[in-house]
Each structure stands twice: as C-alpha cells, then as structure tokens.
Design a protein. Structure first.
Length: 285
C-alpha cells in the first residue's frame, strides 16, 4: 500500500468514526469519478505558508483537479508549475477571468494565455458585473448574457471553455422573475457553461435539484460547498445541510464532470480540506 492509499483509507475510517452528516443518505452504489479543490480561498493561510507541502497533502487526500487563477506561489514558471502538479497527480483544470474581459479582447486573450500555459481546460468568470451589482434589471442580465456569449465565442476559438460561476444574486426576484432564468434563456450553451455553486443557489432560496432538471446538460462543473443550517453560513463539505446525494444522483442530467470543493472562509483550512475529501470519497449515491 502506498502513502496516498494509506491516507485515503485512513480518511475514510476517520469519517466513520466522527459521524459526519449525510452518511445515512449514502445508500447508493455510485461514487464521484474525481474530486478537485479551489485552492485560493479554501486553502487560506495554510496553503499560502507552504504551497508545495499543501499541494502534496491535497494530492494524498485524493484530490486530482485544481481551480486557481494566476500563480500558486511556487516560484515556478507556468510550464514548471504544470510539470510539478503532474508529478503529484494533480491537474490544473480551471483558471479565471472577469466580466471586464468579456468586452476587452486584449484582456481576455491575456487571461486565456495564462490558462493555456498551465494546461487548464476551463476559464471561469466569477462575477457578472464590473460594479457591486445592485439595482439591476432584467435587461441588464440580458446584457450580461450577451457579454458572456461574446467572450465564450472568443474562448472557444482559443481552445478553452468559458464557464460562469453563480452566486445568490442571480436568484433574487427581479421584475417578477429570477435572473438566472433570464441568463439561461439568453446564454448559448455551446459557448458558455455554468460552474454551478451548490451553496449559493441554496442561499438564494432555490433548489439545485430543480434547476438541474430545468436546464439539463448545462453544468459541467459543480462547486461543492456546504451550508450551516443554523445561520446559513459556509460549512465544510459534509458537515452542513445541503443534500449532496440528491444532487449527485443527477450528475448525468446536469452534465457534471468535475466536482470542486470550496469554502470561502474556513477557520481551519487544512482540517476542512481533509474532512471534505473524507466525506466525498466515501459518499455513495
């Protein structure tokens, strides 16, 4: 047994011992094909203080895909970073861009170049506005979709896939409608996929299960993020109230291929990353 296998099996045993939430729901036979992590916010200071050791530990826990923009702090060129990650069994999967870049070809080309240098397949736009996004109307959301379609067409020509990351703002009733529905009606699925954040849709008062069924095949990436039931704040995956088995049963319907763990503000990043992997590795649905 190698070190990675030992750590993964020990992790599964630890989950059984501490009784993480949702285990009673894990009665199916399917398991996630892979798990990944967005390292910037989830890793916090633990990751920043020693990224090489953090990445080794992340790989040993069973994560295989990474989402990050820019530099991991390794002091390496993009090519060297890609080689180092590959040596650990990690894939640089998703990079980052912005709404400003959707109307600025030069800026978008620069963001894409960074992704391609690392071998990333996706580039994510994390916020639909260039301001705080308050007091927007449905026509504004239609313009967001037009901007994303334009950027997505450019990304496709450059060989990467544009994905859009939701928050709860898309689910706040606007002119009697939910803006996310306006977005989905206007977005070209051939050009723009959805990085579906399972916490934020829940925070927005909507059901991930219902929206997967409503727009099948539109969600290549899930942000796997949990919610504390007491105050609806962030929780480490498996310790909160989001019913992941019910969501993951619809992976084929969603078109979901990648499952990226995230916690925006973990008190203990290392522990949170460990327990999230432990939960997801043993999960059956």
């Amino acid at each position: 047994m190698n070190r990675r296998q030992f750590i993964q099996q020990a992790s599964i045993a630890a989950v059984s011992a501490i009784g993480i939430n949702h285990l009673s729901a894990c009665s199916g036979e399917k398991k996630l094909p892979r798990i990944g992590i967005i390292v910037g916010n989830t890793g916090g200071e633990w990751f920043k203080n020693n990224p090489r050791e953090a990445l080794k530990h992340i790989a040993e826990l069973g994560y295989t895909e990474l989402e990050f923009g820019g530099d991991l702090g390794l002091g390496l060129t993009p090519a060297e970073t890609g080689k180092y990650l590959k040596s650990l069994g990690l894939k640089a999967l998703i990079g980052s861009t912005s709404m400003a870049a959707m109307n600025d070809t030069e800026l978008l080309a620069s963001d894409i170049a960074k992704c391609k240098a690392l071998g990333q397949d996706f580039i994510a736009c994390y916020w639909p506005w260039t301001d705080d996004g308050q007091n927007k109307l449905l026509d504004d959301w239609k313009q967001v979709a037009a901007n994303l379609n334009r950027g997505g067409a450019f990304c496709r020509k450059e060989g990467v896939k544009l994905i859009y990351h939701n928050h709860d703002i898309e689910f706040r009733l606007t002119e009697g409608k939910i803006p996310f529905d306006t977005l989905m009606a206007e977005l070209d699925p051939a050009l723009v996929g959805i990085e579906f954040d399972l916490y934020w849709i829940t925070k927005g008062g909507q059901s991930a299960v219902e929206y997967i069924r409503k727009y099948p095949g539109r969600y290549p990436v899930f942000h796997v993020k949990d919610m504390r039931e007491s105050d609806r704040d962030f929780a480490c995956v498996g310790s909160g109230c989001i019913d992941f088995p019910a969501i993951f049963k619809l992976n084929a319907t969603a078109g979901a291929k990648h499952f990226i763990v995230e916690h925006d503000q973990p008190e203990d990043p290392k522990s949170c990353i460990e327990s999230s992997a432990q939960y997801l590795l043993q999960l059956r649905y």
